[in-house]
Design a protein around this ligand. Sequence first.
Ligand SMILES: *Cc1c(COP(=O)(O)O)cnc(C)c1O
Length: 384
Amino acid sequence: MIYLDYAATTPVDQRVLDAMLPYFRENFGNPSSVHRLGQKAETAVESAREKVAAILHCRADEIVFTSCGSESDNLALRGAAMMERITSSRKWILTSKAEHHAVSKTAVQLEKEYGFLLEWLDLDEHGAVTVESLSKAVCNDTFLASVMYANNEIGTINPIAELAKIAKANNILLHTDAVQAAAYLDVNVEKLGVDLMSLGGHKFYGPKGVGALYVRKGTKLLPHMTGGGQEFGLRAGTQNVPYIVGFAEALRLAAEERDSRTAHVRPLRDHIIGQVLESIPDSKLTGHPENRLPNHASFVFKDVDGNLLLQMLDSAGFACSSGSACKTGNPEPSEVITSLGYDRDWALGSLRITLGVDSSPEHVDEFLKSLPALVEKARGLNRK
Ligand SMILES: *Cc1c(COP(=O)(O)O)cnc(C)c1O
């Protein structure tokens, strides 16, 4: 099997696993315990926090460990909204239809069930939120905007630092979902200027089930998990010590090896984009042609059932992904692809190829050799 789905998840780096293992058995203490075993666990969590803070260029007490990227998104949006409800009367939340569901569905729930007002930010043709789009949408009653750093489906990178300036000038919080971005982009919050930033471990060779939320000092969130007061009272529950240790080590390695990892995947990615567009009729690149994640290629093929294509690729030995959330039966194109303006006959045929440390030129060549015939076959079946 050739794995071309690193945006969905990555394998745990051996060095990360080695760092985690002692915290399952030898150093199994509860970080809240007073005795030495507890203190050892607490030290592990606190040094992980400092490691993360060093990469984000923030204070250690601005890092809240969570159970995943989705929880970080939820804590950011829900926490900010519920606090706003207590302290102020502002009601508007701004986000976009290109967001991960952890953001967009949370925003929709805040609107439907909790009385907040939601405005969808305009996207440009590449699925980016522009400075104009945010400036136009902000009003006196806006308190929060949530715009992802890089898009998981189409790879487009948003101008977060510029958006943060607009947010600051208008006295609103800016949250960014950097879950996909952290593997390849600079996550320095001083430079980005955001108030809240979500991270998830398994997108950069850390374990699944652990994440972090950066919360700028002075940003008030209502905790969505109450209990023992862990994580500065923002996220109760005994910390997942080995996973937090693994998260921090994986993020450190991602930052340290960012240039070499990028140099490894970018030419392979460019080769895929060039070859697919050349060899497959009625194919288009989705997302931004240049300003996109260096490991990310995404396409739409006209008159192709994207899910069928994925199954055919799987049978041929390739693990890829599509943008559409459909299984079988009543296929619905992905909202992200639809919001770029593609008609249904294009939008249903999406394909995402994402590369990583184990991707090789041989893998890419094999894939490129197999894909055109599979797309043609899927098209033929689509016409029946
Ligand atoms: C994967 C992903 C998430 C969810 O992270 P989990 O750790 O799987 O909950 C959120 N946002 C983006 C952009 C992602 O790619």
